[in-house]
Design a protein around this ligand. Structure first.
Ligand code: SF4
Length: 201
């Protein structure tokens, strides 16, 4: 959950450094973070970028999380109620809320991020500028049909999103490596990026 808050607008490697700092200070704990002054937290979170904002957001989230009774109480809420509750916390937007729902609460909610928009718009399957909820609904509907058991749906969403992130980080980067891409044979954008005289290179 801390990672979901800290990864906003930064690479995961930077988040890992910030989490390592929290661990080193024995503060990777909601109640301890909630009781820590934002200025102190900001020092520990420096590697994650935007550290003053993130310190306030993480602390704000932890104050709320502790007040709600933490994992034990929140786990009793149905997914819709829990999503609304998360979105009511200052600094928690849809992507962060869905990251928390999928990866921490194991709920069947798909995460839409910049990697998903980039990869699927290049594949010609979405425009890429659709609203968050519309895209989430599209992915959830398309993927849910493949599995019926809720646990299997969560596993599928988890793995599918992780594969999107991996492919977008390693191959379909901002400057994509189309020549070695396993999707090149079905991707209408590959020719554009890889054409010898492409101005996009
Ligand atoms: S062929 Fe190129 S643009 Fe298409 S998915 Fe692969 S890396 Fe991305």
């Amino acid at each position: 959950m801390a990672g979901a808050v800290l990864t906003q607008n930064t690479a995961w490697t930077n988040v890992e450094k910030a989490i390592t700092n929290l661990k080193a200070q024995h503060h990777l704990d909601a109640a301890r973070i909630a009781a820590t002054p934002p200025e102190t937290l900001a020092e520990w979170l420096k590697p994650s970028g935007y550290f003053n904002i993130k310190a306030r957001r993480l602390r704000n989230f932890c104050v709320w999380y502790v007040a709600q009774g933490e994992l034990k109480s929140l786990s009793k809420l149905d997914t819709t109620t829990l999503r609304h509750a998360l979105l009511s916390v200052n600094g928690i937007g849809p992507e962060t809320a869905d990251d928390i729902l999928l990866y921490a609460f194991h709920r069947p909610v798909f995460v839409i991020d910049a990697y998903t928009r980039r990869l699927f718009s290049r594949l010609g399957l979405v425009r890429g500028d659709e609203g968050y909820e519309a895209l989430r609904h599209t992915f959830e509907t398309a993927l849910s049909g493949a599995k019926s058991h809720p646990v299997a749906v969560v596993r599928l969403f988890n793995e599918y999103h992780a594969l999107i992130v991996s492919h977008a980080k390693n191959v379909c980067r901002k400057r994509p490596l189309c020549a070695g891409c396993c999707l090149a044979h079905v991707c209408p954008s590959g020719d554009t990026w890889c054409a010898p005289n492409s101005t996009l290179q």
